[in-house]
Ligand binder design. Structure first.
Ligand code: FAD
Ligand code: FES
Ligand code: MG
Length: 277
């Protein structure tokens, strides 16, 4: 069992766990993830490694409640434990000195982008970050990301904080301003990653996205996380999750993410009934 050392409710519906997992902490790299199973009967879900403490032997994950498993996970408290916590899985994000790197994060993905921005900065890149959320009450870690960035732009869809609108607005302005951008890393909801990729494509700037198809084993065996990139079939758990956003078949990704919507909805309703009984 993997003990939960700390729980923080970051904003409504988004939680942080620091989990005792020394073997994962020892090897974790930016961009990698773990596959978590709450208990023996639970399903496996992938969650990105948001941070780690190699000496202390702990790994931090940040998750958003969207369905049965994440809602069940949110009920656990510090002192509780998770049955399986397997990782680090996936290829680490490619980090090198590119020059200027723009890190774009949507929603809870600010936690995902944090270790990447830090590693890019440590390599000597200029890091410009764009952080987007639906509204101010869903924004977190603005200061943490600011401390890792040479410049930070914040957007909210409803204009309740920062610039009103979505992240692609400032991204396009930045590229049009003549700022020499060498690489863009965009992580967040798939639709956001698609539109970031479409925004950068005319400027010919390599754009890395972190794909989030349904995953089960996370080790390349089940085929669930099949995606198409540059016309080739890839398994996001072992060939990614990072890919060139200009090469991704987004429609296939969207379709495959929705395959089990009916079952997921039924499962969630059933679970809610059992909780409120
Ligand atoms: P459900 O109601 O079962 O599903 C809701 C939606 O989530 C589905 O429609 C589907 O699109 C997606 N989903 C469902 N099951 C899976 C699955 N086994 N694998 C992937 N997606 C699934 N979420 C976070 O909140 N924080 C993270 O750091 C994070 N990192 C991720 C890293 C990777 C590499 C991937 C692939 C996904 C990541 N996700 C992350 C998404 C997270 O795994 C899903 O939100 C979660 O599995 C939903 O489970 P559920 O039972 O609560 O919801
Ligand atoms: Fe099974 Fe990738 S999750 S092959
Ligand atoms: Mg589920």
């Amino acid at each position: 069992m993997y003990k939960i050392l700390l729980k923080q409710d970051l904003v409504p519906g988004i939680h942080l766990f620091k989990v005792a997992a020394p073997a994962v902490a020892k090897k974790a790299q930016p961009g990698q993830f773990v596959v978590v199973r709450i208990d023996e009967k639970g399903e496996r879900i992938p969650l990105t490694i948001a941070d780690w403490d190699r000496e202390g032997g702990s790994v931090t994950i940040v998750f958003m409640e969207v369905g049965t498993t994440t809602a069940r996970l949110a009920l656990l408290e510090a002192g509780g434990a998770i049955a399986d916590f397997v990782g680090p899985l996936g290829l680490p994000t490619h980090i090198e000195k590119f020059g200027t790197v723009v890190c774009v994060a949507g929603g809870f993905a600010v936690a995902t982008i944090m270790p990447i921005a830090r590693a890019m900065r440590q390599k000597g890149n200029k890091v410009i970050s764009i952080l987007g959320a639906r509204s101010q009450d869903l924004l977190f870690w603005e200061d943490k990301l600011r401390s890792l960035s040479d410049q930070l732009i914040v957007t909210t869809d409803d204009g309740s904080y920062g610039r009103k609108g979505v992240v692609t607005g400032p991204l396009k302005e930045l590229l049009e301003s003549g700022e020499k951008v060498d690489r863009v890393i965009a992580i967040g909801p798939s639709i956001m990653m698609k539109f970031c990729s479409l925004t950068t494509e005319p400027f010919g700037i390599k754009t890395i996205v972190s794909l989030n198809p349904i995953m089960v084993d996370g080790t390349g065996m089940c085929g669930c996380c099949r995606v198409s990139v540059g016309g080739e079939t890839k398994f996001a758990c072992v060939d990614g999750p990072d890919f060139d956003g200009h090469q991704v078949d987004w429609d296939l990704l969207f379709a495959r993410q929705r395959i089990y919507l009916d079952e997921e909805k039924r499962s969630f309703e059933q679970w809610q009934r059992s909780v409120h009984r």
